[in-house]
Design a protein. Sequence first.
Length: 230
Amino acid sequence: MKVFEIAILVFLKNDIDSKEAFSKISGFIDSGLAKKSKLLELHNKNTYKNYCFCSFYPLEKNKIYGVGKNYTIRIRTVDYELAQFFCEELVNHFNDNLKALTSTIRILPKNHIEKIYSITPLVLKTNEGYWKGHISLNDFERRLKDNLIKKYNLLMNTKINEDFPLYTSIEFKNKKPVAINYKGKKILGDKLSIHISNDKMAQELAYMSLGTGVLEMNARGAGYMNVKWL
């Protein structure tokens, strides 16, 4: 397994409020994917997308990304075909908000991971919305692990033994829920720091998560993680 990171330099054709950044970036990626029938099928299918992204960089102090300025968006994936598309074809794409200019690609090193931590909020959806007050912390942790295992099983076409310690501790970095906007609604999530155990499979899942994202709505900007290696 390899995690590919594609950095795309984009030109903004309109001002974009930071609250709308995820939806504008996902809209840009979606419209690019729609140009290829096979990737459009992936986009429309109810399955894990195997990529994630973070918001514009550099950050703006006034929280408005300015028209006429250039910013970098980083997209990660564990899918080689998607990595090629992002690097070689999305770089030639534009829509009403963004125009891609250049791209670079690298493979994240597979070193021993001490922890992964949120750059964008992790989202866990329940029938009642935000999970706190509706499911227990134990259930939250179970679903986080189950989500990674399901992604791995699908990606590697296998079924792993699920009896292993994924982490030694989880720390919530936010005192109140963190919102991202999606289709005019606020979706609430959390910023986490997850200390990964030394177990071989835990290390494999943690590495994979850098390319797939953690929990849900990864193709909408949620669950993008950074890593601290030993």
